[in-house]
Design a protein around this ligand. Sequence first.
Ligand code: NDP
Length: 409
Amino acid sequence: MGKALIIGAGGVASVVVHKCVQNSDVFEEICIASRTVSKCDALKEKLDGGKTKIHTAQVDADNTDELIELIKSFGPDVVINVALPYQDLTIMDACLATGVHYVDTANYEPPETAKFEYKWQWAYKEKFEKAGLTALLGSGFDPGVTGVFTAHAQKHEFDEIHYIDIVDANAGDHGYHFATNFNPEINIREITANGRYWKEGEWIETAPLEKKEVYNLPEIGPKDIYLLYHEELESIAKNIKGLKQIRFWMTFSEKYLTHLKVLENVGMTSIEPIEFEGQMIQPIHFLKAVLPDPASLGPRTKGKTNIGCIIRGLKDGKEKTYYVYNVCDHEACYNEVGSQAISYTTGVPAMIGAMLVMNGQWQKPGVWNVEEFDPDPFMDALNKWGLPWQESHNPELLDLEIEAKESSR
Ligand code: NDP
């Protein structure tokens, strides 16, 4: 059907490339372009020889002119941005200049401070409308599938949605005492930041990891879950009319948090430079050097992830609770595409979003979040392309829901 330019060659990009090649009827030709071209070439070497024609290119995605030149020479129908959040705006500018649709998995971040806000990208709405182009934001798992799950619930399960709890559980075990699934600096910053959730039009801030619940997750069992801020809260709170509250929860084990606390207490997570044997170093950089490389965890991670939405609201005048989720197995992902479930659950929805934009089902001039489109073709594609979803119409009344009910009184 067409051509896609994939920007980035990291964990998520690798899954996107594998999935595009599996879906060669849609992705007839792809170009993998990143800062380090050898990583793009390695992917091409692994996957060449099938129906999808693979090209590679070197590009600095911070540079709009370089991007424009590359897009003009390859002529894609869509650009899939799976580089880093810092490149979102330069890539959107290049898409506008060349008349190409845009898809990403994470909102733009100014390099100095993490804000987790959509305002910079939403400001492009009119430009994309005028150009007749679609920009699809946040087509990963969370953000991404969690928004599609919400739209699915809105379309098929509820007349009014009142409460949403997104629960992201990773019960993967890599056998190390302590390691982070992705960049330790970003990971640690996320966990040590204040939590935040949306209630009745207001953002309510919590101390870091202040709110904890135990949730009994299907196929995983009871886990400690902690309230964090996550970027899809902003778009879902805006797009689901009548919503009263939305929160995001993530699992952390006692062991992980104890290690983190000790490292924090002794100063190892600090970014303040110190002198060490005649050299200035940031303790967190030293910590990063002694911790396992996140990319090396793939082959040794066992266990499953479970990410889903617990939704409460009204159907036919009656209160109702609905739970929709996906369970993904780290080892199965590794065997299929050479990456663990964290990259897999992001890369598959990125491919699906790009496919729906390319085939016209999700084409609409402007800048959109996933929950603003018809969820049906996306939900079907999840089942087909490796992230089947499950649902429960009468989940037990769990602590989370009891608390939500109490706080609504
Ligand atoms: P990685 O760090 O593994 O890969 C990032 C890639 O981007 C690398 O290949 C890197 O190149 C490349 N890159 C960075 N800067 C530039 C640049 N200026 N020009 C060209 N290429 C560049 O990250 P992941 O694959 O884990 O994550 C990719 C994206 O997915 C991120 O935006 C992340 O936030 C998002 N994500 C979204 C999730 C979701 O559920 N929505 C979940 C997980 C991730 P080099 O190899 O040279 O470093």
